[in-house]
Design a binder for this molecule. Structure first.
Ligand code: NAD
Length: 379
C-alpha cells in the first residue's frame, strides 16, 4: 500500500476539518467525498477552490452572521472543480471504489453505526467520529461488527492524541509524578452548540443526549488519566436556559454534574454548562496522593502542584505542536497519524472499540441517571 487512500463521509463541519489534516499528511490522499446534502458538497467545493476565502469570511462573527454566511456559500454555485477528488451523494457508491483504503465518518451522531458497518463490510478501514453510538443497542451492534472485521476501527476521540493529555498520561501513569490517582474532574463551561444541518445536535434522539454527544471526550480522558474503567455513574442535570434557539426548541440538558466511580477506587466528577458566558478554558484535573495536575485544553498547558512543594510547575505542552492550527488543536492530525499506523501495522489503535464503548456508556448512563431521579447506574 503506497499512500492511504481516503474517502470522507459528511463534509460540512468536522469532515472539512479532517480533510485539512489529511492534506497535511504526505502518507494520505483523499480521493473521494460523499454527502447526501447537495449544499454541503457545494460548500466543500467552494472550500477546495479557495479554502482561506471561506474560512476568513466565517471568522470572528457571531453565531447568526456565521450561519447566514455559511448558507450563502452553500447556495451560491461553486466554481467548477477539476481536481482528483470524486464527489458522491450516496456514500454506498463511494464504498464501491476498489482503490479506497479508508473512510472517515463525519455525519450526525445517530448515523455513525450504520455507516461504519457499511464501511467495514466493504472492506474499508474506518475512523468514525464520536460518539461511537447513541444507544446501547447500537453500541452492541457496532462491537459485534468490529470484532468480526479484520479492518481497523478507530473512534475520533482526538483529545488523547494531543500533547497535553499524552504528557499528562505519561507523567501520571508511567512516571508516577503525582502518586496514585484518587480524584479527577473536568469542567466545560461554554456557550450553546453552533448551528448544524437541521440542528440535529439539539436533539436527544439524534445524539443520545449532551453527555453522550459532547462529554464522551472527557469521560474518556478522565478514565484514561486515572488508568481505570468506570463502574458507577450518577448525575443531576436540567434544561434551564437554552430552551429556544435557532428557531427550535432543543430537548437536551444544558447543565449538569456527573459523578463516576472507577474500578480502581478513583472518583471523578464532570460539570457541563452550555450557557456559560465567561471564558474559562476547558480543563481536566487529576489529584493523586502526592500532588495535582491540571491540563488546560485551549492554552495546551499543564500545571503541576506537588504536596509540600511551594512552586507550581507549568509545562507548555503545546510548545512544539506545529499542527495546533489544524482541527482541535492538531488532535485530528495526530489521530490520523495513529490511524494510518494501525492500518499499516495492524496494531490496535489507542482509541479502539473498547475506548469507544466506555466513553459512550458513561454518557448514556449519565443521561439515564439524570432522568431517573439521580439513581446510580452500574456499568
Ligand atoms: N471529534 C470532535 O471533537 C468533533 C467536533 C465536532 C463534531 N464532531 C462530530 O462530527 C460529526 C459531524 O458533525 P458536524 O459538526 O460536521 O455536523 P454538520 O451537520 O455540520 O455536518 C454533517 C454532514 O453530514 C452529512 N450527512 C448526514 N447524513 C449523511 C449520510 N447518510 N450520508 C452522507 N452524508 C450525510 C450532512 O449533509 C452534513 O453535511 C458528528 O458526529 C459530531 O459529533 C466531532
Amino acid at each position: 500500500m503506497d499512500t492511504i487512500k481516503y474517502g470522507i463521509i459528511g463534509v460540512r463541519g468536522m469532515g472539512s476539518g479532517h480533510y485539512r489534516c489529511l492534506e497535511a499528511i504526505p502518507d494520505a490522499e483523499v480521493i473521494a467525498v460523499a454527502d447526501n446534502r447537495p449544499e454541503s458538497l457545494n460548500l466543500f467545493q467552494h472550500r477546495l477552490h479557495d479554502w482561506d476565502a471561506v474560512a476568513d469570511s466565517l471568522k470572528g462573527v457571531g453565531h447568526e452572521a456565521r450561519a447566514a454566511r455559511q448558507e450563502e456559500w452553500e447556495t451560491t454555485p461553486a466554481p467548477p472543480y477539476n481536481g482528483p477528488i470524486t464527489f458522491f451523494s450516496d456514500y454506498r457508491e463511494m464504498l464501491d471504489l476498489d482503490d479506497l483504503d479508508a473512510v472517515v465518518v463525519a455525519t450526525p451522531d445517530c448515523t455513525h453505526v450504520e455507516i461504519v458497518l457499511d464501511g467495514l463490510a466493504a472492506g474499508k478501514h474506518v475512523l468514525s467520529e464520536k460518539p461511537a453510538a447513541t444507544t446501547v443497542k447500537q453500541l452492541s451492534t457496532l462491537e459485534a461488527a468490529v470484532a468480526k472485521s479484520d479492518r481497523t476501527y478507530q473512534v475520533g476521540l482526538e483529545c488523547r492524541y494531543l500533547p497535553t493529555y499524552r504528557t499528562m498520561r505519561r507523567m501520571i501513569i508511567e512516571e508516577n509524578a503525582i502518586g496514585r490517582p484518587v480524584m479527577t474532574w473536568c469542567l466545560e463551561f461554554r456557550g450553546p452548540f453552533l448551528r448544524k444541518v437541521d440542528n440535529w445536535i439539539m436533539s436527544q434522539e439524534k445524539t443520545g443526549g449532551v453527555f453522550v454527544e459532547k462529554t464522551c471526550h472527557f469521560f474518556d480522558l478522565m478514565a484514561w488519566l486515572v488508568d481505570s474503567v468506570p463502574k458507577t455513574v450518577t448525575a443531576v442535570a436540567g434544561q434551564d436556559v437554552v430552551k429556544e434557539i435557532y428557531g427550535i426548541k432543543p430537548d437536551i440538558f444544558d447543565n449538569g454534574w456527573v459523578t463516576i466511580e472507577y474500578e480502581n477506587g478513583a472518583r471523578g466528577m464532570l460539570g457541563l454548562c452550555m450557557f456559560g458566558a465567561g471564558r474559562k478554558p476547558l480543563s481536566i484535573t487529576v489529584l493523586g496522593e502526592d500532588g495535582q495536575m491540571e491540563g488546560l485544553f485551549g492554552p495546551q498547558k499543564i500545571e503541576v502542584a506537588k504536596r509540600g512543594v511551594p512552586q507550581m510547575e507549568v509545562i507548555e505542552a503545546g510548545a512544539d505542536n506545529e499542527h495546533a492550527h489544524l482541527s482541535h488543536g492538531g488532535g485530528v492530525y495526530f489521530e490520523h497519524l495513529a490511524f494510518i499506523d494501525s492500518i499499516r501495522t495492524g496494531r490496535t489503535p489507542l482509541t479502539d472499540i473498547e475506548t469507544a464503548k466506555w466513553s459512550t456508556l458513561v454518557g448514556l448512563a449519565a443521561e439515564e441517571s439524570a432522568r431517573n431521579s439521580s439513581t446510580p447506574v452500574s456499568l
